[in-house]
Design a protein around this ligand. Structure first.
Ligand SMILES: *[C@@H]1O[C@H](CO)[C@@H](O)[C@H](O)[C@H]1NC(C)=O
Ligand SMILES: *[C@@H]1O[C@H](CO)[C@@H](O)[C@H](O)[C@H]1NC(C)=O
Length: 361
């Protein structure tokens, strides 16, 4: 019986995680190796701390966390996750679960799954060095169907992070440095995300990267590598870049990508004219990068199942935590204007939404 090991070996050679190792059904990319926790823990209180709170839940490793309550948890200090944690926000009763006011951190931790959680730092946090999500030096982490808004340092800060997936998520309206996400080390997978109204870093990715079927709206700079000396490969497939009112130069859809980078770019579109209609043109010319004629990662083609136009429809309908709340509905509505609305903000209150801009949940 030599065929089984050979089959396994060929799976591994292809870079496909074995099905049994998937974080959850439908998990994709480098972070899908995460297995999270398995000890059941139910959150029964929206308080910041104490028995039955989310802070209590994440205080020990190995937990598989579900929710019997819904609404916002107002954090009084950063929420620091233990390794091997799964947060199943999708188990919360409608209208779902979110945290506001401080950072959610898995810094230095490993094996983390976060699903269907709204993470909105905002200016309740006076620490301008913190982000909505901190994956610094974290390993094997996956964020799926999450909503990351009002980050101050970054929306997602993931310097030194290994094996990361951010999928089906909204990363929008950062208010401090006005940066979407910063990842270094990798590898990393960004899949079917909606990036809205940031100055830059959508994402900044100094890593071997898959960037597939994302939508980026109202950027000043979108996909960025920051002219690093690092040698990285990037599969950039089927994404839609759309200029908005605050886009100063639509050609900064790809930004600071020098000849140290190798890029496979295919099926990407840019709609630069801010005319309220989705009518972009092909945009596969990426800075001075070395052009790859096929993806650097053998899994990328299999992930790129949507055209850029299909990604626009699918991502607008599905990205972020569900059910969709006021903040996410606001974000999506600005994208639907296709060039005529959207601002890059310094204070969440300037969205005009209730609850000082955090919306009601
Ligand atoms: C964790 O909880 C979720 C939601 O109840 C469940 O679907 C999943 O199977 C659990 N995973 C593990 C490893 O226990
Ligand atoms: C990253 O994932 C790969 C499998 O894709 C695994 O072989 C490797 O050990 C992981 N890295 C770390 C630091 O866990």
């Amino acid at each position: 019986m030599t065929y089984l090991p050979r089959l396994l070996a060929s799976f591994l050679a292809l870079g496909c995680p074995l099905v049994s190792a998937l974080a959850f059904p439908g998990a994709v990319g480098f972070g899908s190796v995460a297995t999270g926790g398995s000890t059941p823990f139910t959150v029964t209180s929206l308080a910041d701390s104490g028995t039955g709170t989310l802070r209590d839940a994440v205080s020990a490793s190995g937990r598989n966390i579900t929710f019997a309550v819904s609404g916002y948890i107002v954090l009084q200090s950063p929420l620091s996750l233990s390794s091997s944690t799964t947060i199943n926000g999708q188990t919360a009763p409608s209208p779902g679960i979110g945290v506001m006011g401080r950072e959610v951190s898995a810094s230095g931790k490993s094996n983390i799954i976060i699903r269907n959680l709204r993470m909105r730092q905002g200016n309740m946090d006076s620490d301008t060095g913190k982000s909505a999500v901190n994956f610094g030096k974290a390993t094997n982490v996956i964020l799926d169907h999450c909503s990351v808004e009002y980050g101050i340092f970054d929306g997602i800060d993931a310097v030194g992070a290994v094996n990361v997936t951010v999928s089906n998520s909204i990363i929008a309206l950062p208010i401090g440095q006005q940066f979407g996400a910063h990842l270094e080390t990798g590898p990393a997978t960004w899949y079917r995300n909606l990036w809205v109204s940031a100055h830059n870093r959508q994402p900044l990715t100094k890593a071997n990267t898959q960037f597939i079927n994302n939508v980026v709206y109202n950027y000043q700079a979108a996909y960025t590598v920051a002219n690093t000396g690092g040698l990285f490969s990037h599969d950039i497939i089927g994404n839609y870049f759309i200029a908005g009112p605050r886009t100063t130069s639509a050609s900064d859809d790809y930004f600071q990508i020098n000849a140290n980078q190798k890029v496979f770019a295919s099926g990407n579109f840019l709609d630069s004219n801010k005319d309220g209609v989705l009518n972009g043109a092909a945009a596969n010319s990426v800075g001075s990068a070395v052009v790859l004629s096929s993806p650097w990662n053998s899994g990328s083609t299999g992930l790129a199942t949507l055209t850029a136009a299909q990604a626009f429809t699918s991502v607008l309908a599905n990205a972020g935590a569900s059910p969709r709340d006021q903040v996410d509905a606001f974000v999506v509505s600005t994208v639907q204007s296709l060039g005529t609305s959207g601002d890059i903000i310094t204070n969440q209150a300037s969205t005009g939404l209730s609850n000082n801009g955090y919306g009601n949940l």
